[in-house]
Design a protein. Sequence first.
Length: 252
Amino acid sequence: MARDRIPPTRHLGRALAASVAALALAGTATALAGTPVSAASMPKGHDVSSHQKNVDWSSARAQGARFVYIKATESTTYRNPYFDQQYNGSRQAGIRRGAYHFALPDKSSGARQAAYFVSHGGTWTADGWTLPPALDVEYNPYDKKHRCYGLSNSRMVAWIRSFSDELKRETGRRPVIYTTTNWWNLCTGGSSAFAADHALWIARHGSADAGTLPAGWSSWTFWQYDNRGSLPGDQNLFNGSAGRLKSFAMGL
């Protein structure tokens, strides 16, 4: 993910997805360098944080952006200072948008972080323009020795469930889960507890496809395939048509 700028005294960042495979990209003569061939038939999108500051949304729309996820919060101590410009500006430019929360499971409970997220931008409405809120769970960017935040597999699964239950209670939607297969296998023990009712946002960079998915999921909804490209922030695809993207936003 696009990482925020981190003052020395506060944890304000979002880590780039860790341990993604560095496989050679399969392409064709008509495909853009660094872009999966499948991008030609799927809605393009991106994700941004405070690192992108005030985004030129009209330009992003002209470059093909059809959806965007915007960092709202991290733990219970940080809100993206550019969130309002990014969230409202993208909608005004005709781009479907949603908010995401960067999880720090070692700081507080899942329910508490979900409540903070909802009260600082992680909302949802069935207007066809608002994507369901997303939960970013990945390697600990602040302590590489505790990649799973010091939680056992069972405690991590319980933390994610607590976050999801609170978000569902407050917004009516389960979170989209952003992760890597490597992190999921390591930190949840390959749990399949969320696949049935949580959309998957998989991070896998530099590859022709999304690769092996975390346990339980047979398909991905969003794929973050690169951390740079024609759109501000990280580059993403939606696994479906433009019409399906609208239906997904509406909860259908």
